[in-house]
Write a protein of this length. Structure first.
Length: 255
């Protein structure tokens, strides 16, 4: 695998004029992507490169390769088993190579799926992160669909109560075992399992009032972003960069 990665992504000579690379996670940045679709990983690297962020590739797993399936009775999307297994294997890998530090230091990792789109608000990442309470276990970096309204902490930070989507996230290393434990049940899709953890009060889950990342609207799918608590709006992102806002509070039973 190491030799394959070296052939696919040979190291580039350092350019003294390039800005320094950014690591969002204190233990690194990782991107889940299928080996059979290298163009998606390259697109993610290009998108993140706009902000001098480098990621380490983690091979995604196809649903057809998964032996243990999601156990819920209702039908699931064809990619759901592979998505769950990919996240699970990455979390297991990270828990194994990054032992949780003891004491006040709580290292964390940044995890992305390969359909991310950084937004202009990302330039304020450091300011946003500094305002998150120190007890955080998980931070969504944007693009989440909220089944229930988040708790508004201030003009920058929200606490998640039941939010879906795992395409851009920060996770504390010492929280990985709890994530792994719940995902290993395979009772539902992976983001349903994590949303249930929020509902049950397992861990401290936060996000931002301004999205730092969205997802590509591949195949006509418009990803729903976070709730704009000031305007009462959800945001829909399109691949062409156009953003539409729809007032749908009544539809989603929001206050």
């Amino acid at each position: 695998m190491k030799r394959l990665l070296q052939r696919l992504f040979p190291p580039r000579p350092a350019d003294p004029h390039e800005p320094p690379k950014v690591s969002l996670g204190t233990c690194g940045n990782y991107c889940i992507s299928l080996e059979s679709q290298p163009e998606r990983l390259e697109d993610s690297r290009r998108q993140l490169g706009r902000h001098s962020i480098e990621v380490e590739w983690f091979p995604a797993i196809l649903s057809s390769e998964v032996q243990e399936k999601i156990t819920r009775k209702e039908p699931v999307a064809g990619s759901a088993d592979g998505c769950l297994q990919s996240h699970l294997e990455l979390y297991r890998h990270l828990a194994a190579i990054h032992p949780a530090a003891k004491g006040s230091s709580r290292p964390y990792v940044a995890v992305f799926e390969d359909d991310i789109v950084p937004l202009d608000a990302f330039v304020s990442f450091g300011d946003y992160l500094a305002r998150v309470p120190d007890d955080w276990d998980y931070i969504s970096l944007g693009g989440s669909f909220h089944q229930t309204p988040p708790k508004i902490l201030d003009e920058s930070v929200i606490r998640l109560t039941c939010a879906f989507n795992l395409h851009a996230q920060l996770i504390r290393v010492d929280f990985l075992p709890r994530l792994i434990e719940h995902i290993e049940t395979r009772a539902f899709e992976v983001d349903v399992l994590t949303a249930n953890m929020q509902k049950q009060g397992i861990g401290n889950w936060y996000g931002f009032t301004s999205d730092l990342f969205w997802q590509h609207a591949r195949g006509g799918f418009f990803n729903v972003s976070i709730w704009d608590h000031q305007l009462g709006l959800y945001h829909f992102a399109k691949d062409n960069g156009v953003v539409d806002r729809f007032l749908i509070r009544g539809l989603l039973h929001l206050p």
